[in-house]
Design a protein around this ligand. Structure first.
Ligand code: ADP
Ligand code: MG
Length: 289
């Protein structure tokens, strides 16, 4: 069993009237099964309302299945006795860094989680040093979070989760409120945590360009997993992605069209420079022949 496993997960949001009678049932997740190996970088793509956040909240027992089972580190999330350990295994990072930063000084904020867990003081400071370094925020350790950019704040929030030493980090659209620079900073940080520290990463996003380095991609639609595969496999299916209302970058679509016409381009082209680079390479090869 992988570090995160879901089997036939169903989640319904149920709205009741004053007499507790069911008024409305919203089937947000319908029969999702997945199995994520420790150490992987997994991306979950999907348009708004496809069930990504509902799925994410099951990975840290913020929601419990209506039907089916979720295991985190082998523990059934429905088991009350495992709740604390489940939350220690999988940390969550949300969209808005302002809602996650509590303290008025960066280093205190990062130390807050481990302090709450009863970690000894020396060890807290060791973790604060290490985590701030890992996200590239050591220079700001005594700053007030209010003075940081969105990307910097989100990196502090990630350091705060890291300081609790989870085995995996689930990030629910961590870049949605950031500018392109902030987005790049956050994605770079998350990739490094995965590569250097071996932390399992679940990155939820609707930006296709953020998932190109993932080991595996799940695409959600209407509460179900509609596509699953490596980035190469997923990006090679542009027409299906568009049908699932995902924004496929124009240049990816162009490359896809060219590939269909027989131009030997790689499937994961996401920016103009890459496309030009490959086309120039192909041309050089042809003139050399
Ligand atoms: P995503 O994160 O992909 O945008 P969500 O998991 O937030 O999707 O939502 C999936 C579905 O569940 C949507 O139809 C949404 O309207 C519904 N939903 C989300 N949160 C709630 C809630 N608290 N109460 C009722 N319905 C909800
Ligand atoms: Mg969401």
């Amino acid at each position: 069993m992988g570090i995160i496993k879901a089997k036939n997960l169903i989640y319904n949001y149920i709205k009741r009237d004053e007499e507790e009678k069911v008024e409305e049932v919203n089937e947000a997740v319908k029969d999702v099964s997945l199995d994520i190996e420790a150490g992987q970088f997994v991306a979950v793509l999907g348009h708004n309302g496809s069930g990504k956040s509902t799925l994410a909240k099951h990975m840290n027992a913020l929601l419990l299945p209506s039907e089916g089972t979720v295991w985190i580190g082998g523990m059934d999330t429905k088991d009350d006795d495992s709740l604390l350990e489940v939350r220690r295994t999988a940390g969550m990072v949300f969209q808005n860094p302002d809602n996650q930063i509590i303290a008025s000084v960066v280093e205190e904020d990062v130390g807050f989680g481990p302090e709450n867990m009863g970690v000894p003081t020396d060890e807290i400071w060791r973790r604060v040093d290490e985590c701030l370094k890992a996200v590239g925020m050591t220079a700001y350790r005594r700053s007030s979070p209010d003075r940081l950019s969105g990307g910097q704040k989100q990196r502090v929030a990630i350091a705060g989760v890291m300081a609790m030493e989870p085995k995996c980090i689930v990030l629910d659209e961590p870049t949605a409120m950031l500018d392109p620079n902030g987005r790049r900073e956050v994605i770079r940080t998350v990739r490094e945590l995965n590569k250097k520290k071996g932390i399992t990463v679940i990155l939820i996003t609707h930006y296709m360009e953020e998932v190109i380095h993932a080991d595996r991609i799940y695409v959600m639609d209407e509460g179900e997993i509609a596509m699953e595969g490596t980035p190469e496999e997923i990006f090679g299916r542009v027409d299906e992605l568009k049908a699932l209302r995902l924004d496929v970058p124009q240049v990816t679509e162009l490359a896809h069209g060219l590939r269909k016409k027989g131009v030997p381009l790689s499937p994961c082209i996401l920016d103009v420079e890459e496309l030009v680079g490959e086309l120039v390479g192909i041309r050089k090869q042809r003139t050399a022949q």
